[in-house]
Design a protein. Structure first.
Length: 236
């Protein structure tokens, strides 16, 4: 995709989303996956500074092998549905600092589970031409039934009878996550890879580690608890 400016007016940004959404691929077009990454964004100084974090983990053992943090002045206002225009400049700056380039991105936010089917995971995946998944902690759009209580079970997220995501139970007894394809991955593939990155926490280890770094919890940036490759391979 051709790069674009980040200071677009809201109506221009919406038009761009509607145009770029046509390029989103919701099929599994991944090569070998040996490194996965979590992407998350926080803010400092009363939202005047955007703080973007990317943490790269080896796969399947989910050990932290690289991370990057970028801080940039926040130039775009908070507008629901246009958060990628506010957050992506700092994310891309962090991505440029990586020494280990991931094969798959798990983004804190939405993929196609978005009013215009173009959340931040779509935007970032298209910009970098990388497989990407939206891992939302809350629902932006759509309706769903409550997923079963068992870990790994999910129900479809629907908007106008279109399946736009999965409401996924990653841990028994906790609220589900909202998973949706970002780019170069199917819904089933997105669910599979999220669960493949889940250890004993609600969030997959990718976005959990990125959240720690984006939230200035650097002391928590550490390898995941040991887990047998056999258990993880059973989720693949």
């Amino acid at each position: 995709m051709e790069p674009h400016a980040w200071d677009l007016r809201p109506e221009q940004a919406i038009t761009l989303q509607q145009q770029w959404r046509r390029q989103v691929i919701t099929e599994d077009l991944l090569g070998p996956v040996t490194h996965v990454a979590g992407v998350d964004v926080g803010f400092e100084d009363q939202n005047k500074v955007t703080r973007a974090a990317i943490v790269v983990l080896s796969y399947p053992d989910l050990q932290v092998v690289d991370s990057a943090l970028a801080r940039l002045p926040t130039h775009y206002p908070y507008i629901p549905g246009l958060l990628s225009f506010r957050e992506m400049p700092a994310i891309l700056r962090a991505y440029e600092q990586l020494r280990v380039i991931p094969d798959l991105l798990l983004c804190d936010g939405q993929g196609i589970a978005h009013p215009r089917r173009f959340g931040i995971a779509c935007h970032l995946g298209l910009w970098l031409d990388k497989p990407a998944i939206g891992v939302g902690k809350s629902r932006l759009v759509g309706k769903h039934a409550e997923p079963p209580a068992e870990k790994g079970h999910w129900t479809p997220l629907l908007d106008d009878n279109e399946v736009i995501g999965a409401v996924l139970r990653t841990r028994v007894g906790v609220k589900p996550l909202y998973i949706s394809p970002g780019h170069r991955i199917s819904l089933e593939g997105a669910v599979h890879w999220v669960m493949a990155c889940v250890t004993r926490f609600k969030l997959p280890e990718t976005t959990r580690q990125a959240h720690h770094l984006a939230s200035n919890l650097k002391s928590n940036l550490q390898p995941a608890a040991s887990q047998s490759a056999t258990k993880r391979s059973s989720r693949r």
